[in-house]
Each structure stands twice: as C-alpha cells, then as structure tokens.
Write a protein that binds this ligand. Sequence first.
Ligand code: GAL
Length: 649
Amino acid sequence: MRSRVRLGAALAVVGLFLLSLITVPASAEPIAPYTSFRPGQEWRDTAGKVVQAHGGQVVPATDKRGKRIWYWYGEDRSNGYYDSPGVHMYSSYDLYNWKDEGVVLRAMQSKEQFTEDKYFAKLYKRYSAAEREIVWRDLSTNKVRTDGWAAPSILERPKVIYNKATRQWVMWVHSDGPTTPEMTSTYARAEAGVAVSDSPNGPFRWIDSYRLNRVPSDSVPWCGTSSAFDPAGGMARDMNLFVDDDGKGYIIYSSEENRTMYISKLNRDYTYLSAAPDKAVQGKDFVRTLPCSQREAPAMFKSEGTYYLVTSGATGWDPNPARYATAKSILGAWTDQGNPIPGAGAANTYRSQSTSVIPYDRENNKFIFMGDRWTPNDLGNSPYVWMPMTFGEGGSLTIGPDTEWSLKDLKPYKRWTVDTVLPDHVWLRDTSNLPAKVAVTTGKKTQTLAVTWDASTVAQPGPAMVRGTLADGRTFTRSIAVVPHNLRYVVNAGGAATADWTRTAEVAATEGSLLNSVPEQPVGVDPKTGTTWGFTGASGTYGGPADGLYNTLRWAKNKESLVYDFTGLEPGTYTVHAGYWDPWPWANRAASVSVNGTVVDAQRLFTTTYTAAEYPNITVDTSGKITVSVAPTRSPDIQLSWLMVAKTG
Ligand code: GAL
C-alpha cells in the first residue's frame, strides 16, 4: 500500500511537472526591469517566471535596513485549479519588480509527508494525531489518486497581517473542500483557515479552519430558501483582512452562501475571532452587512477616517460590476455607494475581480486596486489587473482605467466637499437657477469657487445627476429633478407617489396648469382637476412609493398595448417625454410608441439603464386630446416608467 501511494505520488509529480510546462511559460528569460503597471498583461518575476500570486494581497513592511519593502502573497495556480502548491510570496522595493520568495505555506500531497518530508516533519512535530488530521484535511490540495478521485481542499484568497504584539505574521485563507470523503464539492466546508509564521517568508504553520460568526436563524429574512442560506450557518468564503489604526484586526468575508458580508473582529493574536460565535455580540464583535446583496471578493481600506469596502458580484470566474460601500465605524452601518467604475469598464470591472487594495501612501491617500482577470482554463496565467484609484468630492471613489500607468500618476488627495446646498430642481436644459459660485471645503480650509454646470446632464426630464466643474477643474455631481416648462401632465406609471413624482408635480404646479393631481389612474375623471385622463390595457405594477419615477412601472399583460389618454389640452404644440427601464432585461422586450396614431418610436428597447425619450412637435387641435400608445413589437410584454406632457408652443 505504501509503495503504491509513493508511486502514485511520484507519477503525480511527473504529471504536474509536464503540466506546468504546458500551462505556464517556464522559460526564465531575464527581463528588463518594469517601470510601469500594465493591467492584464503578463507579469514576470525578477527571474523571468510568471508571478503566481492570484487572489492575493500586497503587505507593506520594513526590511532589516529600515527600508520600505512590499510582500505580495497569493494563490500559486501554476498547476491550475487542483493541486495548488500553496501560497506563494514575492517581495519588491518598487511594486513593479518582484523577487520570488517561494511557497510560504506549502500544501500537502500525502500524509507520509508528516514523517518523511523534513519541512512538514519539523513544522508539525508537536502536533497530535488529531491536529495532523486537521492539517491534512485543510492543506491536501492534491488528494492521492491511487484508489479513486477524492475532492481536494481549496486554499483561496490568502491574506497576511503582521501582529505587533506577538511579532507573528498571521495568514488567513478561504479554506474549503468536501465535508465527507465521498463528496465531490470543493466548496462545501465554507470556512476560514489560519496559519502563523515568525517570518514573512514563512514557513506558515497551519492551525485550523472554522465557520465564523452568525445570527440566529429566525432573526433576519433568509437570502434564499435552501439550508445553505441559514444565517446561523457561519459560512465563510471569499475573504480579506484589515488592521485598523488602533491595532485591532478584522476578517471580512462572504457568508450565507455568498449572499451577505460579515466583518468580524479578531482576537489579540489575530488567530481567532474576538469571541466564539455563540458568545459574539453584533456591533461589538462583528457586523452582518450588505444583506442579501450577493457580494464577494472583499477589499478594505481606510481613508480620511472612512472605511471603504470594494466588492465584486458572485459569478464564479466571470467578471461582473464592482461596487463599494463606506462606513464611519467598521462594525457600524455600511452604505452602498454604487459602482466605482464609470464608462466602458463598469460592466465587468475592466474584466477583473477585486482581491485587495494596496495602501501605497495613506498620508496622501494614494491607493492601488488589485484585481484578477481569471482565465479558468489556464488559471496559472490569469493576468493581474492593478489600477489606480482616485477620489472625488466627499471621498467618492473611482477605479481605473486599465491602461498602462505608473506610481507617479497617483495624485495626492485631501477630502473635499461642496457645502453649498443646491436647489432640488432645474428646468429642462436650463442650469440658470444653479449658483455661479459654491463654497468648497478642502481639508480644514473653505473657499468660494466659481462653478460651471454641464447642461447636457440636465437635458432629459426626470431624476438626473447634474455635474458641476469648479474653477480649478474638480468636478462633482448632485442628484436633481429636471422639470420641463409648461407641464400639463406628469404621470408615474404604476401609480406610486414617489418623492421625485411629488416634487416634479409641485414644481410644475407653480406654473399653474397641471391637469393631473395623482400619479396615475385608469381612464376617468381626475379627483381634483375634473379633467378626463388615464390608462387602459390589462396590466400590473412594479415598485412602490420608496422607489423613483424610473424604477416604478406599469407592465402590460397578454401582449396588450398600454394606452394613456390625456384631454383638456389647449390647442397648440406639445412634447411628450417618456421614461423606460427594465428590471428584467433578459426578456429583451421592445415596443412601438405612437402619439395620436402616428408612430414616434418604431423600436424602443428596454434596458437596465434609465432612459428618457422625447417626442416633440405634437399638434393638438380643438379636441384637446393626446393619446400615447405603447405596443409590443415582439413576444415579451411591454412596460412604461413615466410620461410627461409639456406645452411647447
Ligand atoms: C469566485 C471566487 C474565487 C473562486 C471562484 C471559483 O467567485 O471569488 O475566489 O472561488 O469563484 O469559481
């Protein structure tokens, strides 16, 4: 039996060697030193080999001579998904050029290694048989394959923090694998595992892995129906670590089947939680946050007293939009701040998934986003995507772009805010009621600066983000209601009296002739104005008063059209504005829109982007009527977010 195991292991080693030749360019050609970051491009170490530090993190430290040195820890994926050699570390003085420091936490191939491999024999010599079982369970990324395949263990997203009190380097890892030998799932255990070392170079000695904090099953709504979503399960998958200015350590992880984030305080040694899960108190020992928002790949940093948490969605190796949240207190309330990436990179984080943020120069607020562009068929060559992070008004975060850049592109930032309160609305395409000067506080200094307003940001009615540019080039945005002049009707399809509907109607009413007094009604007499208006067509509604004009809607049934009749209009020229949005974009719906029987929009597509359309030059005769009809042009039923009817001539 023993020799069979050995032969198996030897064959596996040969196999791995061949595999590594195929999957990773093994050639160790010397390369010219790098002087820039090239997101998504091959990155070789100083010996010419591709860097193996995926799902990783860069830790600042000081070398023996007192110089700033950086350690990059990450998954060694040189063998692909299975058989990871362990956690690899590289060191650098400039963040561009990385010296291979080897595998600092070694994975195991066979239990014999506890006696026959000097590294394991020495490291675990004081471990009992039961403790060795734990080490084998968690570190066996390559289960011996002599008597059939067994699902191996998973070591992902390793992170390291230095503990000043114990002078130890502490590594936490997403430790996963099957929960029984027969099981083939590599993500059933859902735990966080911990290892320690006296040196940043290892060897890291494995301690154990654990399920973490939890809340009682009946204390919150579950984020799904199966038992995996039980908030009392304590699951921990994608994770990261953070040490606060007061020296307290935290572990941040995706729990409840990747639906909800938890942030848990670590004990003084950083080797376990500050309190066992059955004793831990929410708000003191941990926080359950961003519930049911399905975020993973957490990366935390602190800037100007605010905590930031960048996350990805949960779509396996496929990239998805990033989001970030901020908090004033790490175990307090976190506020979602949306996607930090504008434009082309927004949909998939420039084809990457967050893994960490490098605190390059905290004093000047220079931080670096670290991401992985996973290539699941060739994980070992998954490119690294490091991008600059910039801050705008009030510490708002922007990540990217993914073009070549260098450290000198990171500009110092001091938190600033525009203090002048803007009016809550503007007229369509007219920024004249916005101030020409605003008070701006930068750090502790307040000054008055001229501002120009971007009229294109208020070129559509409805809720908008108006953008101002300060005299010195800084830009900021504010949400504002954009209202067309001479509105006769403002309809929130679906009928919810949302705050933005109410405000728009109030502003319109100051001009005197609004003919509807409720957000929507079936065709009939308006309860206040006595005018006949409203919708027909079999339909249902979506959203409620806490939502907005766009994300509340009326949806048609049975391929019917939605028809809105408006009467009581003085003869003249009108513009109809319509708002569209789709919470179910996969339906791929499309509509033909007609006004008074004339098609004004032959193929209106419905997407997840709030979109306003404008149908001008509509002539109303003495009948005083406008009829807007939205009809499906293909099989899915159609819907509508809002309508506004404005007199233009
Ligand atoms: C991702 C996760 C990675 C890895 C991958 C496996 O969602 O962030 O760390 O676990 O799934 O499919």
